[in-house]
Design a protein around this ligand. Structure first.
Ligand code: GRF
Length: 197
């Protein structure tokens, strides 16, 4: 049975594009919705061009009422009846109620080797710490920010002269490999971690 995947974005959606492109052929899942908290998110046009239904709920219209924003967003998500929700560059903190609704079937990609550097500015923090490697993690979303069960990781070297921007670009390349690999395994019911060299 084909698993239905909703992808939530806030920006360019490069991870969404990688995920959507991967769901073809004998892949056990298909993208059924791309939704954003920002109606101007570049990823929405990319999703439409790929023939994927889209939705946008501007979180700014809710003036900080997180629950009201999520209620509007959930309406669009539930209308698509997803089996799996993928956060892909989605930059809003979700309430425990939202997370509970998709417990065990909501994934996120984070640009660090969790549990190192949850939160923001991960690449600069790795550079400041003098780390010799960095990377990205796909994890199940739980109420603890960036702390759910790890479903996959990919590592990259930190090179002399790296800036947060050059490191981010190197990590992003691996995100586009890791997330599709994790989703394919997860959609097939396998939660064993994908560890990319
Ligand atoms: C990526 O670095 C991802 O790890 C983070 O958001 C950034 C942008 O992702 N969560 P995308 O290009 O919008 O997919």
């Amino acid at each position: 049975m084909t698993r239905r995947v909703a992808i939530l974005i806030s920006g360019s959606g490069s991870n969404m594009v990688a995920l959507a492109r991967s769901m073809t052929g004998d892949h056990p899942a298909r993208a059924v919705l791309v939704a954003s908290n920002d109606p101007t998110a570049g990823g929405l046009a990319k999703a439409s061009a790929m023939g994927i239904p889209t939705a946008a709920v501007d979180h700014r219209a809710f003036h900080g009422d997180r629950a009201a924003f999520e209620a509007a967003l959930v309406e669009h998500i539930e209308a698509a009846a997803p089996d799996i929700v993928c956060l892909a560059g989605f930059m809003r903190i979700l309430t425990p109620a939202f997370i509970a609704r998709f417990k065990g079937r909501m994934l996120n990609i984070h640009p660090s080797l969790l549990p190192k550097y949850p939160g923001l500015h991960t690449h600069q923090r790795a550079l400041d710490a003098g780390d010799k490697e960095a990377g990205c993690t796909v994890h199940e979303v739980t109420a603890d920010l960036d702390a759910g069960p790890i479903l996959g990781q990919a590592r990259v070297p930190v090179l002399p002269g790296d800036t947060a921007e050059t490191l981010a670009a190197r990590v992003l390349e691996q995100e586009h490999r890791l997330y599709p690999a994790v989703l394919r395994r997860f959609a097939a019911g396998d939660r064993s971690p994908v560890l990319l060299p």
